[in-house]
Design a protein around this ligand. Structure first.
Ligand SMILES: Cc1cc2nc3c(=O)[nH]c(=O)nc-3n(C[C@H](O)[C@H](O)[C@H](O)COP(=O)(O)OP(=O)(O)OC[C@H]3O[C@@H](n4cnc5c(N)ncnc54)[C@H](O)[C@@H]3O)c2cc1C
Length: 496
């Protein structure tokens, strides 16, 4: 998928649900993003492009309205530049997207951020919007009891009976808290020094050194949910950077969100952008004698050429070697080595809460499908009139194909919902009303071992007048990375 998601409400067979559950079958027509088929035909399969039927001139073109594209565009506009932003979907936000379910907005992709970096502060200030602190998480080890405040001495002592298992948890916690200035940071340096390079290794063998079964279970769930793959497929660099926020000053740091999800930030900043063009799929990006241009195809099949001094590409790099014909070979190779996680989110609307009311994110450590379940109604200021359980389901690479077929998608979602609902009480099961699914083809970049030692850097290199801004510039799938990269891309575009 070129777009980030495909909204899809499925009919679920075999699920123990009451007959009156509304399965919004009409939404099946929405399978795929508006230009989904065009993207596959023209970018993936290399179909012939239509002739240019219109030209637009500006100072800068930004491709993509995820957090990275929005940050880049706002930064350039703040310098008085005429910026045109093109986006293949009919909405802004990329993975920061919500849908109207249960009477109000529910986040379908990214749910929170941790660091109020300068770029995040800029977005908050432009949007005149304040985030709210997320309620606490809890861990479900399969006993039915929810464990909160996991990393405090008291909880570790009470929750983990085996002393060597518990000692490993302590050692890990204290190691991360003690990292201080050695904490690996983003944006990625051009070359990792020897101290940082030692973190760009497989996380699994590193975590095993702490010799704690529980730690391995928790971090595998965390790694899958936040980084798109088991610890086998992710590196220590990203794990430490991301997980350190779980400890913060005390044992937890604040995480921030908005009622309605991270799309609230997108909704707040987009009115400030002067020239947004939706339904414009970039199918070719090229340098030219006067700068660079982007060719975009719209839903009507016509092609518009956007000419500018520079182009900032803020979409995923999995497509750039097809979009940019003469991209240097080393960069093409680096782009091809970046890995993306297919992902599914499922949102179950019910009359009774399916997860504990005042817990934000419940980690289901014994589930083979969802890693965690977010409860958007627990967010302060939320106005949902029903309960929603949002299941986060990272998938293996080979499952990407399941996201591209309505039938396979529905079957897979059905299995997952069945399993989840069957772990609930009969009253909870009977109160389920609607189920929505959202598939992500390339929404999340995986920080694979070795990806930070040249691959991410080579893939992100400015190519004459084309600059890159997406989260995959750092192989670091977070909102902060996206904003940071967007800001850096704007500086790069202005300075060269
Ligand atoms: C399910 C899920 C949950 C997540 N949860 C969190 C979380 O809670 N916290 C967190 O920090 N991070 C989270 N992330 C990661 C985070 O959302 C992303 O890393 C970050 O938001 C990506 O922003 P971006 O701007 O780099 O890219 P994207 O959000 O992917 O935006 C790219 C945009 O470019 C557009 N585009 C792409 N190609 C083209 C083209 N050829 N022509 C025109 N337009 C194009 C896309 O349609 C899209 O709008 C999550 C990711 C996923 C998938």
């Amino acid at each position: 998928m070129v777009g980030t998601g495909a909204v899809y409400a499925v009919g679920i067979s075999g699920c123990k649900r009451p007959a009156e559950v509304t399965l919004v079958s009409a939404a099946k027509r929405n399978f795929g993003t508006p230009l989904y088929k065009v993207a596959h035909a023209l970018i993936r399969d290399g179909g012939a492009l239509p002739r240019v039927s219109k030209k637009v001139n500006c100072d800068y073109v930004v491709v993509g309205t995820g957090i990275s594209g929005l940050t880049a565009a706002l930064s350039l506009q703040a310098e008085g530049k005429h910026v045109v932003v093109v986006e293949s979907e009919n909405r802004a936000g990329g993975t920061a997207v919500s849908a109207n379910l249960a009477g109000s907005k529910v986040p379908l992709g990214s749910v929170y951020f941790v660091d109020k970096t300068p770029e995040i502060e800029m977005l908050l200030s432009v949007g005149k919007i304040k985030p709210t602190v997320c309620p606490d998480d809890a861990y479900d080890f399969g006993t039915g009891e929810l464990i909160r405040d996991l990393w405090s001495d008291e909880t570790l002592n009470n929750a983990i009976a085996d002393s060597s298992d518990r000692d490993g948890m302590y050692r890990f916690r204290d190691y991360v808290k003690g990292l201080g200035d050695s904490l690996p940071l983003y944006p990625l340096p051009e070359t990792l020094n020897s101290e940082l390079a030692k973190f760009d290794i497989q996380a699994e063998s590193w975590v095993k050194k702490f010799d704690s079964r529980t730690l391995l279970t928790i971090l595998n769930a965390y790694s899958r949910s936040s980084m798109g793959g088991l610890l086998q497929r992710t590196n220590v660099y990203c794990l430490l950077n991301f997980y350190s926020s779980e400890f913060g000053e005390g044992t937890t740091a604040n995480r921030y969100t908005f009622p309605g999800g991270t799309s609230a930030l997108v909704d707040a900043v987009t009115p400030s952008l002067h020239d947004m063009r939706y339904g414009q799929l970039a199918v070719r990006v090229a340098n030219s004698a006067s700068g660079a241009y982007v060719d975009c195809v719209g839903a009507d099949g016509t092609l518009t050429r956007y000419e500018a001094k520079k182009v900032i590409f803020a979409g995923g790099k999995f497509q750039v070697s097809r979009l940019i014909e003469n991209l240097p070979t080393a960069q093409k190779l680096a782009c091809s080595k970046l890995e993306y996680a297919p992902y599914m989110t499922i949102h179950i609307v019910s009359d009774h809460p399916l997860v504990q009311n005042n817990v934000y994110d419940t980690w289901n450590l014994t589930s083979e499908f969802e890693t965690d379940v977010v409860n958007p109604r627990s967010v302060f200021g939320s106005t949902l009139d029903k309960h929603v359980a949002s299941l986060f389901i990272p998938m293996d690479q080979f499952m990407r194909v399941q996201l591209q077929s309505e039938e396979l998608f529905a079957r897979r979602a059905g299995e997952i919902v069945d399993r989840f609902i069957n772990t609930r009480t009969p009253d909870q099961q009977a109160s389920v009303r609607e189920v929505y699914c959202w598939g992500w083809g390339h929404g999340m970049i995986i920080p694979t071992p070795g990806s930070h030692s040249g691959i991410a850097q080579d893939a992100s290199r400015q190519f004459e007048n084309i600059v890159f801004a997406n989260t995959d510039c750092d192989a670091s799938p977070s909102i902060e990375s996206a904003a940071q990269r967007g800001g850096l891309a704007a500086i790069q575009a202005l300075s060269t």
